[in-house]
Design a protein around this ligand. Structure first.
Ligand code: ADP
Ligand code: MG
Length: 276
């Protein structure tokens, strides 16, 4: 499989006037074209930072990030889907969908045509004339995803996109978004703190630890390849994978940190069940 995202020994330190905070340490992983990679980890561990590096908003302190074999800021091939859909209430849904195309000065007629095709394909035909407030939470998220897809990104970055939705809506939207991402053959990185969601949607899930963030384990979910979230959830395998990821999240990684170089001095990852 062609590698579309590559992290090679990436370290990131946020600098403020008073202090330096090492956030990511020695992170290496790759995501293949068409793959859906999940990132799970505690709040504040560095998940959004990983997405910002992929999109090129920030650059690593050391190591290399590549998207499509290039520095992300040079190729602009990623699009975002955020927790809040950020649809502007005073614009129609179509005007919202075309906002990115306007800002990026893309061909508006072509973007409009693509938007109409996607709206029809994903059961939203006719909503282009309406306003976001007239849509359900689930429909709003699908409109937000279409706004991103219209820009034809190669990579979609999803930053906890469902956490503002109620439970029932969430189950449905997870299914819808999965179908849209797979139908459009997108490569995606999906950040969540919900293990259920990660197993429901992803092909692989990276378990992250905090202070500083590194990958504890990458769990393979390929037994569910091509199977939609609603069917995954009722499979016995789901419980086994849930337990595997939970165990990994709770395991203590014994690590002495070399703060000078922002690299691990020793690393004895343990698979124990100790809470951090
Ligand atoms: N611009 C910034 N300057 C300084 N520290 C930051 C900045 N952005 C994030 N951080 C810190 O980096 C850590 C990781 O943040 P983030 O990537 O947002 O975590 P997550 O998305 O996993 O909740 C946090 O401790 C946060 O406070
Ligand atoms: Mg975040």
């Amino acid at each position: 499989m062609e590698e579309l995202i590559t992290f090679d020994k990436v370290c990131l330190t946020y600098h403020t006037k008073e202090s330096e905070t090492p956030v990511l340490a020695d992170m290496s992983f790759s995501v293949g074209r068409g793959e859906l990679m999940g990132l799970v980890g505690p709040s504040g561990c560095g998940k959004t930072t990983v997405l910002s590096l992929i999109s090129g908003i920030i650059r690593p302190t050391s190591g290399k990030v590549l998207t499509g074999g290039m520095a992300p800021e040079k190729c602009d091939i990623s699009g975002y889907m955020l927790q809040k859909d950020e649809l502007l209430p005073w614009r129609t849904n179509m005007a919202n969908i075309l906002l990115g195309a306007e800002l990026k000065k893309r061909d508006k007629a072509a973007a409009r045509q693509k938007a109409l095709e996607l709206l029809e394909k994903y059961d939203l035909k006719g909503v282009e004339k309406h306003y976001p407030d007239q849509l359900s939470g689930g429909m709003r998220q699908r409109v937000a995803l279409i706004r991103t897809l219209v820009l034809a990104p190669q990579i979609i970055l999803l930053d906890e996109p469902f956490s503002a939705l109620d439970f029932q809506t969430r189950l449905q939207v997870v299914n819808d978004v999965y179908t849209m991402l797979k139908t459009e053959k997108m490569t995606a990185v999906f950040v969540t703190h919900d293990i259920n969601e990660a197993i429901s949607m992803c092909d692989r899930v990276a378990v992250l630890s905090s202070k500083p963030c590194h990958i504890k384990e990458i769990v393979d979910i390929s037994v569910f390849k091509g199977i939609p979230p609603a069917e995954r959830r009722i499979s016995g395998e789901f419980v086994r994978l849930y337990d595997k990821i939970l165990t990994s999240m709770q395991s203590r990684t014994e690590q002495t940190w070399n703060t000078q170089k922002n690299t691990p001095a020793t690393s004895n990852g343990s698979a124990g069940k100790n809470l951090q």
